[in-house]
Design a protein around this ligand. Structure first.
Ligand code: NAI
Length: 457
């Protein structure tokens, strides 16, 4: 009898298994694939490795401006693909080793809850065994969704799963969905010279982020060979001999391949939710946000399967900590969903935390905003990356409630503002600290000073 049986070895599941070590709990981690889940195998890590390769390519291509003369670089796709595989391998092997070192029993197979405290595991050879545990954590993750007229065939119409393993660079790509996956693929493929069309049915790229950030991203796309079609619906794809046609409005584009990125659906249909009365809605599992408990006694859910929380690896980690803490101690280690950093790994990079201006207005509080562009920031000029900005949203005479950074290192810099939002810092309190000069972070310092009512530059 284990203390915890975890179904699913992605960020939510493996983090639960690792964290349980702090309390000396015995853990069975049930996974049918390799450990790592979407993030390590088919998501964050491979995607960011491709993006890094494209950044290196762009840096070399633009080196002449900095006085570094070289012949025009050539992007060798298979080499970048090999490097992506190596990075994934390194991290998956590292994770396997850490799980072993922590005494976690990784059990290969498909897990299904069959009764209170029992998970039946069906191995790939067809054999079935039971795992008994005092608590169960469901961490089965999500898979790509699609839309009618875009059935995934893995060749002409693909999802990010297949695109991360393309053996050659597509010359012409249509991306359906201008959310996070869509813009990241558009950005790096465009950087490498593919002709990219990205279709977003709502009126801006990455709906929900600050419009200022979306505008900067759209401008950067326009400068490359990326055509962003926003506020546009697409008709069903027409698959030809060696091309695919995507109709939209009265127009259409012909491409080599279509990448569908219209969101992700939870994988919960064959996990045995009904066997113990776990409530779900369209596959998403309802939980008590303070503890991650589901409606079934002794059953918890974390990660992408959870209803109403962002599908992000780092959210999965935090939810794992909350679930395991509750199992071990009965205490709540509730996730602070108000201060989750969100990073979009495009060029330029975008990071945000807390409320956007529109969301803050909608929440009914009186707010103020301050913004400072990268154009006057010395380090941004030195790096030749001035197309960014910082925007801070604060309550009138109150704390900082949200912030967005666009520009080099935005994904790192946003964590500075994560603390401000999480600790409900007043702009004047945060502005009282000094930023080093010359740094990109000075843009945050300048915005904080403006937010506090006393701008400097
Ligand atoms: P998403 O929900 O971010 O975006 C999907 C987009 O597709 C939406 O903007 C939606 O309006 C649009 N859409 C839906 N149907 C459409 C249609 N018929 N035509 C045109 N547009 C349509 O989902 P996405 O990008 O697939 O990402 C899935 C999940 O993975 C997200 O929850 C995201 O947070 C996570 N993720 C996070 C990353 C990061 O943190 N950097 C990177 C990649 C994924």
């Amino acid at each position: 009898m284990y203390d915890i049986a975890i179904i699913g070895g992605g960020p939510g599941g493996y983090a639960s298994a690792l964290y349980a070590h702090n309390f000396g709990l015995s853990v069975a981690l049930i996974e049918k694939d390799r450990v790592g889940g979407t993030c390590l195998l088919r998501g964050c890590i491979p995607a960011k490795t491709w993006i890094e390769s494209s950044h290196v390519f762009a840096t070399v291509a633009g080196a002449a401006e900095f006085g570094v003369q070289s012949s025009a670089p050539e992007f060798v796709w298979p080499t970048a693909l090999e490097r992506k595989k190596k990075v994934v391998e390194l991290l998956v092997n590292g994770l396997s080793g850490t799980l072993k070192a922590r005494g976690v029993d990784v059990i290969e197979g498909h897990g299904r809850i069959t009764g209170v405290g029992t998970v039946s595991v069906e191995a790939s050879d067809g054999s079935v065994s039971d795992v008994e545990a005092r608590n169960i954590i469901i961490a089965t993750g999500s898979g790509p969704a699609t839309i009618p007229g875009y059935e995934i065939d893995g060749t002409n119409i693909v999802t990010s799963d297949e695109a991360l393993d393309w053996s050659t660079q597509p010359r012409r790509v249509a991306i359906i969905g201008g959310g996070v996956i869509g813009v990241e693929f558009a950005s790096f493929l465009g950087e490498l010279g593919s002709e990219v069309h990205i279709f977003e049915m709502l009126d801006q790229l990455v709906p929900g982020m600050e419009p200022e950030a979306a505008k900067i991203l759209a401008r950067s796309f326009r400068r490359r060979s990326i055509k962003a079609h926003t506020g546009v619906g697409v008709g069903p794809a027409r698959i030809g001999e060696d091309s695919v046609t995507v109709p939209f409005g009265d127009d259409s584009v012909e491409v080599d391949v279509v990448l569908v990125a219209v969101g992700r659906t939870p994988i919960t249909s064959d996990v045995g939710l009904a066997a113990v009365g776990v409530h779900s809605d369209r596959g998403f599992i309802s939980v008590d946000a303070a503890t991650m408990r589901t409606t079934a006694e002794g059953v918890y859910a974390v990660g992408d399967v959870v209803a109403g929380t962002p599908q992000l690896a780092h959210v999965g980690f935090a939810e794992a900590i909350a679930a395991v803490t509750h199992i071990a101690t009965g205490d709540s280690a509730a996730v602070d969903y108000n201060a989750i950093p969100m990073v979009v790994y495009t060029n330029p990079e975008i990071g945000w935390v807390g409320l956007t201006e529109a969301a803050a207005v909608e929440s009914g509080v009186s707010i103020e905003t301050a913004e400072h562009g990268m154009r006057g920031i010395g380090r941004a000029i030195i790096q030749g990356e001035v197309g960014g900005t910082v925007k801070i949203v604060s309550e009138t005479d109150g704390p900082i409630v949200g912030a967005t950074v666009v520009g080099p290192g935005a994904g790192e810099l946003i964590h500075e503002l994560m603390y401000a939002v999480g600790w409900e810092a007043l702009p004047a309190e945060a502005a009282s600290f000094i930023h080093a000069h010359p740094t990109i972070a000075e843009a945050i310092g300048e915005t904080l000073l403006a937010s506090a009512g006393k701008p400097l530059h």
